[in-house]
Design a protein around this ligand. Structure first.
Ligand SMILES: Cc1cc2nc3c(=O)[nH]c(=O)nc-3n(C[C@H](O)[C@H](O)[C@H](O)COP(=O)(O)O)c2cc1C
Length: 217
């Protein structure tokens, strides 16, 4: 057998392993999204005109969305979900998420370039901005939101759900952009969920949010 044959066989094996891993991740994500969607429904959409805080978030598989709904209910704050059709659940959406996160970081400026829905957030004192971590960084829709809005005089609290690691340099860069757009302060809070298949469940996530995010306020 030639070296070329072995190389081809190894390549096929690597592709097979990759597709099994991505398919398993995709199935777990879909199952999680379905069960999380039923939890912590928004009590009532708070009156945006009188609320002091608001929650703006992006979520693909429902974990950050659960955190956002919990915050909104506890703070009696309106919640705005960033709508992003590009990253649906399923294999193509997962591939697109990996590509989007990778491309965004390869050209740092590109993270914020695409247009994003405009929200009127000027009346709020505190904004909670939520996103999953993708490839060690908050996901592209959150960068796009930051780059397309101003935060004059506002307290910004970035919240992330993630499985294992993020890179503090991306948080520092996000902070720089938020402060350059007028924010008066920036904080960062997280929920570490753990790697698949040993992830914490929703009750533990919400307990962390209650203890570590809200008790500081
Ligand atoms: C494309 C992609 C990349 C990810 N990259 C990371 C990563 O670099 N570090 C990490 O800890 N988790 C990573 N994760 C896991 C997510 O951050 C985690 O599952 C998060 O809670 C998902 O939030 P969501 O359910 O609101 O979409 C990644 C997930 C996806 C889909």
């Amino acid at each position: 057998m030639t070296f070329g044959y072995w190389l081809l066989a190894l390549l096929c094996l690597a592709l097979l392993i990759l597709s099994v891993v991505l398919t398993s991740v995709s199935v777990v994500e879909r199952t999680q999204a379905r069960s999380l969607a039923a939890l912590e429904p928004l009590i009532a959409q708070a009156d945006a005109a009188s609320a002091r805080s608001a929650v703006v978030y992006f979520s693909r598989s429902g974990n950050t969305a659960l955190a956002a709904r919990y915050l909104a209910n506890r703070l009696q704050a309106p919640a705005f979900r960033l709508q992003e059709q590009q990253y649906p659940l399923g294999l193509p959406g997962l591939a697109s998420a990996l590509k989007g996160a990778h491309v965004g970081k390869a050209v740092e400026q590109a993270l914020g370039q695409r247009s994003q829905q405009a929200l009127d957030i000027s009346g709020f004192d505190t904004l909670y901005l939520g996103s999953p971590i993708w490839l060690y960084s908050p996901a592209p829709p959150l960068w796009q939101f930051v780059d397309n809005h101003r935060f004059d005089g506002q307290r910004i609290v970035l919240f992330n759900t993630y499985n294992s690691h993020f890179d503090a340099r991306y948080i520092t860069e996000l902070r720089r952009r938020v402060m350059a757009r007028g924010a008066r302060s920036f904080e960062h809070v997280t929920v570490l969920r753990g790697r698949m298949p040993r992830q914490i469940g929703a009750p533990a996530m919400l307990a962390t949010i209650e203890e570590r995010w809200l008790e500081r306020d």
